[in-house]
Design a protein around this ligand. Sequence first.
Ligand SMILES: Cc1cc2ncn([C@H]3O[C@H](COP(=O)(O)O)[C@@H](O)[C@H]3O)c2cc1C
Ligand SMILES: O=C(O)c1cccnc1
Length: 379
Amino acid sequence: MSLLADTVAAIRPLDAAAMAAAQARHATLTKPPGSLGSLEDLGVRLAGLAGTCPPPLPQPATVAVFAGDHGVHAQGVTPWPQEVTVQMVANFLASGAVVNAFARQAGAEVVVVDVGVATPLLDSDPDGLAGGTAGADAGSAGEAVSAQPGMQPRLVRANVRRGTADLSVQPAMTRDEAVAAIEVGIRLAGDLVDGGAGCLITGDMGIGNTTPAAALIAAFTGAAAADVTGRGTGIDDETHGHKVAVVQRALALHRPDPADPVGVLAAVGGLEHAALAGFVLGGAARRVPVILDGVIADSAALAAAALAPDAVGAMVAGHRSAEPGASVALRHLGLAPLVDLGLRLGEGTGAVLAWPIVASAVRVLHDVATFDSAGVAEK
Ligand SMILES: Cc1cc2ncn([C@H]3O[C@H](COP(=O)(O)O)[C@@H](O)[C@H]3O)c2cc1C
Ligand SMILES: O=C(O)c1cccnc1
């Protein structure tokens, strides 16, 4: 079987006995029952994911920033030039982006993955980490990376294709390319877990990538393009109307079938969206929580859930992006976001902010005294 098929087959439901144990333990802890709200549900779910109570603390964590470019950029759906993608890759490697600041604050490692950047990365990139990517093995996520926090950001060279085709006039990529990009994400998730990561965090970089995200969300949820297409980095009313029309045109052209998730990704997705779907599947197969960032991760999570419905058990919605499609996708997945700060950046920023909350939900099950042990009277 292929890596994708093996991974999908390895994804199992949550462990009911571990969840029951976590629920029972919550009832014994020195707090009014239910007083931690949805954090109690999260702790129970992560016990079910790990198959043990208490579940392991979700640390250390790595945020994987999957970078790709988009042929639909030619349609004028974003005000930013395409070169900003590769320029931001250099910025991530130099620790200069917002996600680097948030990751440093939280103690998470940053890994940048070139899965589909249009411009070849130069040897002169910061830290000498970026090399020529021509002929890179699309089936590999690069060398194994460890998850020790406090380390320099690192680059994984796994370019499947130098940007997608324009999804409004032809398929964004071939099915083989979509599978190759998914498998980049699966391999990286496995490498990180092998290196000790207890939590995976999704990140993205790709000028124009809110357009394929909207198309994916419409395809998987059945929502109208107008209800899931947002303003991305910031566009005026006229450009937004044009962007909605581009998404509508792509959906009418390809008629993506949600029962064929790889076909949907190939037709209207992006290389980073496909890799993110694989990253989620890889985390779910290894039973490690995956914190979703914004609309790009949410759209990829829909593809992962369509491939393996039980993968939703490993997903944690880090935050509610201001992009309208994000809320539509999270509702479809049945996930409630942990943080709602009006962020609309991507890179993994909202998910990194949510990580300490996820860890706190687990730590309660480790550290909090019981009524018995603390000598606190019950009602
Ligand atoms: C400087 C800069 C840094 C970013 N970091 C994330 N994004 C975010 O914005 C882009 C998507 O928005 P749209 O579809 O409107 O182009 C993606 O690169 C996403 O990661 C950025 C965008 C810019 C310009
Ligand atoms: O939701 C996101 O992650 C997002 C929103 C706008 C632009 N880039 C990313």
